[in-house]
Ligand binder design. Sequence first.
Ligand SMILES: [Zn+2]
Ligand SMILES: [Zn+2]
Ligand SMILES: [Zn+2]
Ligand SMILES: [Zn+2]
Ligand SMILES: [Zn+2]
Ligand SMILES: [Zn+2]
Ligand SMILES: [Zn+2]
Length: 435
Amino acid sequence: MISCFYGETKRRSKKSSISSSEGVFTCPEDNLPLDYAKIYPDPDAEVAIMGSVVYCIHYKEGCKWSDELRKLQGHLNMCKFDAIPCTNHCGAMIPRLVMEDHLLYTCPKRRTRCEYCSRDFTGETLENHVGSCQLEPIYCENKCGSKIQRRHQANHRQHECTKRLVPCRYCQKEFVYDTLQIHTAKCPRLPVSCPNRCDVLKIAKEDLEVHLSDHCTALTLPCTFKEMGCKFKGTRSALDQHLEDATKPHLLLVCGVVSRQQHHINALRTTLQGLTLNTSGTLLWKISDYSRRLAEAREGYELCSTPFYTSQYGYKLMATLFLNGNGAGEGTHLSIYIKILPGEYDALLQWPFSHTVTFILYDQTSTVDQACNIVESFVPDPTWKNFQRPSKEPDALGFGFPRFVSHDILKKRHYVKDDVMYIKVKVDGNKTIAV
Ligand SMILES: [Zn+2]
Ligand SMILES: [Zn+2]
Ligand SMILES: [Zn+2]
Ligand SMILES: [Zn+2]
Ligand SMILES: [Zn+2]
Ligand SMILES: [Zn+2]
Ligand SMILES: [Zn+2]
C-alpha cells in the first residue's frame, strides 16, 4: 500500500510511521521502500477513515469512550485518562483523573502546611523541613519511651529523662536515673548514724565498722583484764581512767590466775610424767653441753636425772651428778649418786631398799671392742637410813661415788665426745622383788 493519510499517521506515530532512512522512505505495513513522489493526499480515503469507529487510546486504562475517529481528538481533550502537564507547572505529565491528588499530595510545587508547626511550605521544601521541625514530637533517643517535641529533647535528656546518667550524691559514681534509688540504699558512702548515738553525727556506711571498733566514744568496752576476772565496763575514756586507777586490783587478779595456772601446769606435768614414765630399772642419761654444765657445776650446781622406776610398780629413783665433784671428790672428780624418791607404790614394797646399783660411764670410741667403759656398783647397806622408805620430802641424801672418775681420766679416751657424755644407771632387782 502506498497511499497514506496524514491524520492517521500522525495519531499513530508512536506505533508506526513512514520512516526515513538516509532519505529513503519505507512503508509502515510491509517495510518496502516508498517513492516519496508517489505519496499524495486522498480525500476520499480520509473521509472513510475518519468515519471509522475507534476506541479511546486509554481503553486499556479503563476509558470506555468509543466513536468516530474524527471525534477522538475532541475526546482526548477531556479524557480523564489522558495525561496533561501539571497545572502547578512542576513539569510532570499527570492523567486528569489523578491531577487533584497530585496537586494535593505529590506535586513538588504544591502549597502545603507542616502539621506540627503549621508553617506553609511547597512540597519540596516540606521534605527538607520534615526531620528538623522543632515542634515535631519524637521518641527520646535514650529509649526511655517518652515522645517529646524536638526543641525540648536536649532539656529532657539532661533533666527529665529516666534513662539519663546522674552521679550518686554520696559516692559520685554515675548511674541511670531510674536505678539510682536502688543504688543509694546500698551505696557504701551513704551517711548513717552511729548506733551508739555518740557525738559523731553521720558516718559513711562502709566506715561504720572501723568507727565502732576504734573510734566511737560512746561504745561500752570491757576492761582489758576481763579474762583475769575484772568486771569493769565503760566508754573508751572511762576505761582509760579505770586502767590508771585499778593497777593494784588488776595485779592481784593476775597473781590469782598465775597461781591457778601453775597448779594446772603441775597437774599436766604429773600426767605427762606418768605417760613417759621409765619403768625399765635402767636409766641412760645423756649429758649435753658438757663444758657449759661443768662451768655451772663449779658454782655448786647439781644435775638431776629424770626419775625412773625399777619396775612398773617398783621403787622410784633419780640419779644426781656433780661434774665438779662433791665431798671427797670436790674439784678433782666427777661424783655420782642415786636417790630414792617417794614413789606411788612405796607402801607395798620391801624396805630397806636392797637392789644392786651400777653406774657406767661410756667410752664413745668408734671401735666398740676397744671401748673402756668405767663401771662401779654397790649393794645397799641395809643399816643406812637413806635406804629406808623415803618421807614426802624428797631432799634425802643420795648414795654413790664422790670419786667416781677423776677429771684427769675424763680428759683421756672419749668419755666426753662432741661435748656430750653418756651415763647408764642400772638397778638389779634379782635379789629383792617388789610385791
Ligand atoms: Zn478517553
Ligand atoms: Zn505538579
Ligand atoms: Zn514544622
Ligand atoms: Zn528520655
Ligand atoms: Zn553511691
Ligand atoms: Zn559512735
Ligand atoms: Zn579492770
